[in-house]
Design a protein around this ligand. Structure first.
Ligand code: BGC
Length: 515
């Protein structure tokens, strides 16, 4: 099978211990960071479809929307300011991801999470009481900084607290919380849209304070990871913590490896420069390509703009928000399928199946919309026909939610070896946030000019990403991270970049490296 061929790997190091309820609880609190991220993804599309919100901040958009009968449906939400309101958050997250890595390293994951939660809280308050567009934008920038910090610190915290055997599942719990956040945001929008006056959108935006408080308070009481303690020379404390989270006194092997890992990671002066070395070419390419392609699926067109999209195809505000609740639910429920199958069937099969399903669904959605609106954007979509469009959007969302959604984060996190992990992880976060920003900013103008062809545009990317996975992404299921180099070495394309002396199965366990 192209790209999937791997040579057998050697002996795996198994550390004693189990997942204690203490470690599980700490991981659950930390993964609440995903809730913040998800709430933000889901909330903006709902408020931008509320007339009270539009009339206060974007009256021109509202005017255009009211005259849709004789104007182009594809263009009714095309306003630079309106897309900036959605996208600026991700630009701030993109910028903060550049320095989040060194802050995480210097101050620790816990303080970074507390700080991220506080900044986020401030952003939520400013948005909830906003009286002009500037306040809205400033609030969104603060929210973005919070998202950038927590996306860097939370996956790291989870990787360091989780026993190696269930790291994949715990990593997906972050994605799971993102989908919970999106779903809750859609529900909140549905509820608040019934409220007269400004209170509705104020509640939607201001309620972001709730996950922010949970994360800030929760993170404050979280223990630091043993890795973080070793970095600060708190060796006794680190041993005690390791005993506590592994539920055994037999921690010497893991402890020694943590210390070795910490020393090795500190010995690398410039991880970014190291990552440019030829032998890390597969990791460098994956750290950029996987998150970029994840965003080029077009998923956030649905996550950000679902209510706007549904209004475009003729639904009223309530029906649009209800449809967004449905897509949010499908997203959440389908993520469970990934949790249940990722370690049994592997990553590639999910990526490939998801890619094919997304392509077909996008082509059908584009065709259904094009059939009624043509290129002029004028026309009427009957109710039952619109319901069909929603069904195919749900089929697209389900495919994303069990493939590129969780795996777009999981696979990069498990392929970076010790020496380059910090650099590669922050490149992954930056690339993801950059493309999230671009899609949020260009979707409305692109819909206006590409019309229904926009869905074909994303379908074309889905074909490209499926071909890419087929040829270039080897299976990483069940491969210990320290032996990952053997996977590249045996790959038809990447082998030429990896020499035999790079294939060192004596590496220490990568999850224990400080980033
Ligand atoms: C992506 C987000 C997306 C979400 C949808 C995440 O993996 O990074 O951009 O909105 O999945 O569930």
């Amino acid at each position: 099978m192209a790209g999937g061929h791997v040579i057998p790997v050697g002996e795996t190091k198994i550390y004693p211990g189990r997942l204690t309820s203490y470690a599980l609880f700490a991981c659950m609190v930390a993964s609440f960071g995903g809730l913040i991220f998800g709430y933000d993804i889901g909330i903006s599309g709902g408020v931008t479809s509320m007339d009270t919100f539009l009339s206060k901040f974007f009256p021109k958009v509202l005017e255009k929307e009211k005259h849709v009968i004789d104007s182009n449906q594809y263009c009714q939400f095309n306003s630079v300011l309106l897309s900036t309101f959605t996208s600026v958050l991700y630009f701030a997250a993109f910028v903060s991801s550049f320095f989040a890595s060194s802050i995480t390293r210097r101050l620790g994951r816990k303080i970074t999470m507390v700080g991220g939660g506080l900044i986020f809280l401030l952003g939520a308050i400013i948005n909830g009481v906003a009286s002009n567009v500037l306040m809205l934008i400033v609030g969104r920038i603060l929210l973005g900084l919070g998202v950038g910090f927590s996306s860097q610190a939370v996956p790291l915290y989870l990787a360091e607290m989780a026993p190696m055997k269930i790291r994949g599942t715990l990593n997906i719990s972050f994605q799971m919380m993102i989908t919970v956040g999106i779903f809750v945001a859609h529900l909140v929008n549905y509820g608040t849209s019934n409220i007269n006056g400004d209170l509705g959108w104020r509640l939607s935006l201001g309620l972001a304070a709730v996950p922010a408080i949970i994360v800030t308070v929760g993170a404050f009481f979280l223990p630091n990871t043993p890795n973080s303690m070793i970095e600060r020379n708190q060796t006794d404390k680190a041993r005690t913590m390791l005993r506590e989270i592994r539920g055994t006194d037999d921690i010497d092997l893991e402890y020694e490896d943590l210390v070795a890992a910490s020393k090795q990671s500190q010995a690398i002066k410039d991880p970014f420069k190291t990552l440019l070395g030829r032998k890390y070419r597969p990791q460098l390419v994956m750290s950029i390509v996987i998150p970029s392609l994840q965003q080029l699926t077009g998923i956030n067109v649905v996550m950000f703009y679902a209510p706007v999209l549904f209004k475009t195809i003729g639904f009223g505000t309530q029906a649009s928000l209800m449809s967004a609740v449905i897509t949010g639910f499908v997203n959440l429920a389908s993520t469970f399928i990934s949790v249940l199958t990722v370690d049994r069937f592997g990553r590639r099969i999910l990526f490939l199946e998801g890619g094919v399903q997304m392509t077909i669904a996008q082509i059908i959605v584009g065709t259904l919309i094009g059939w009624k609106f043509g290129t002029t954007g004028m026309g009427y979509i009957p109710k039952t026909y619109a319901i069909f469009i929603v069904i195919f959007i749900c089929i697209f969302v389900a495919a994303f939610a069990w493939s590129w959604g969780p795996l777009g984060w999981l696979v990069p996190s498990e392929i970076y070896p010790l020496e380059v992990r910090s650099a590669a992880q922050s490149i992954t976060v930056s690339a993801n946030m950059f493309w999230t920003y671009v899609i949020a900013q260009i979707f409305p103008p692109m819909l206006c000019s590409f019309k229904f062809g926009l869905f074909y545009f994303f379908a074309a990317w889905e074909v490209i990403m499926t071909v890419f996975v087929y040829w270039f992404l080897p299976e990483t299921k069940g491969i210990p991270i320290e032996e990952m180099q053997t996977v590249w070495k045996s790959h038809w394309f990447w082998a030429k970049y990896v020499n035999d002396d790079n294939v060192d199965s004596g590496h220490v366990e990568i999850s224990n490296v400080s980033v």
